[in-house]
Design a protein around this ligand. Structure first.
Ligand SMILES: [Zn+2]
Length: 194
């Protein structure tokens, strides 16, 4: 079996003061304070830049306001957006953190969960490197499992019922993480210990 390039988590990490131990930290300036300090929802997304291309490092640069707009025509269309997520899980399973979980990252936009709007106020956002149609990697499912378990342990208001996709909280605007995301596999993974 060839494990080269596998940077997946292999245990449930600790989260201390909002930062996950073992994550690659790339701080984004795209955040502000949570108005109530509440952390009670997990939102799964996907992103790839340019769309459908993986591994170029552009997502990290986009979330930190450093996107080199001359390098791809698509970048011109998003150059003025100020967005971020707390976490990004690359195809390799590598987990990057941009914003402390204690702060509000800017990932959900106009959104509504269970009758309540402005989900960024109380949500943690995880971006999977991917598209709505390309299956996610085993490495990503593994890292997502351990990160989710860490979040649920640290912030017990994030219950299984309060884990959702961007497409569910902004259905008129968003389609991610898409049909390519296997929710059953993900939820079953949370119940297994290995
Ligand atoms: Zn999204």
């Amino acid at each position: 079996m060839n494990n080269s390039g596998n940077l997946s988590l292999n245990a449930v990490p600790l989260i201390t003061d909002g930062w996950m131990q073992g994550a690659k930290i790339i701080r984004s300036q795209h955040f502000n304070r949570r108005p109530e300090g509440e952390i009670s929802l997990l939102v799964i997304h996907n992103i790839s830049l340019p769309p459908g291309q993986f591994g170029g490092g552009y997502v990290e640069r986009f979330f930190t306001g450093c996107l080199p707009v001359a390098e791809d025509p698509y970048f011109e269309t998003i150059r003025d957006l100020e967005v971020s997520s707390h976490f990004f899980i690359a195809r390799t399973g590598e987990t990057v953190q941009f914003v402390s979980c204690l702060d509000r990252a800017w990932h959900a936009g106009k959104s509504c969960f269970d009758g309540r709007g402005s989900c960024n106020d109380f949500a943690v956002g995880i971006e999977l490197e991917g598209t709505d149609i390309v299956p996610y990697t085993d490495f990503q499912y593994r890292s997502l499992k351990f990160l989710t378990l860490a979040l649920m342990r640290t912030y017990p208001d994030i219950t299984p019922e309060r884990i959702t996709g961007h497409q569910n909280i902004a259905p008129d605007r968003k389609t991610d993480p898409g049909l390519s995301f296997d929710w059953k596999r993900f939820k079953n993974n949370l119940l297994s210990q290995c």
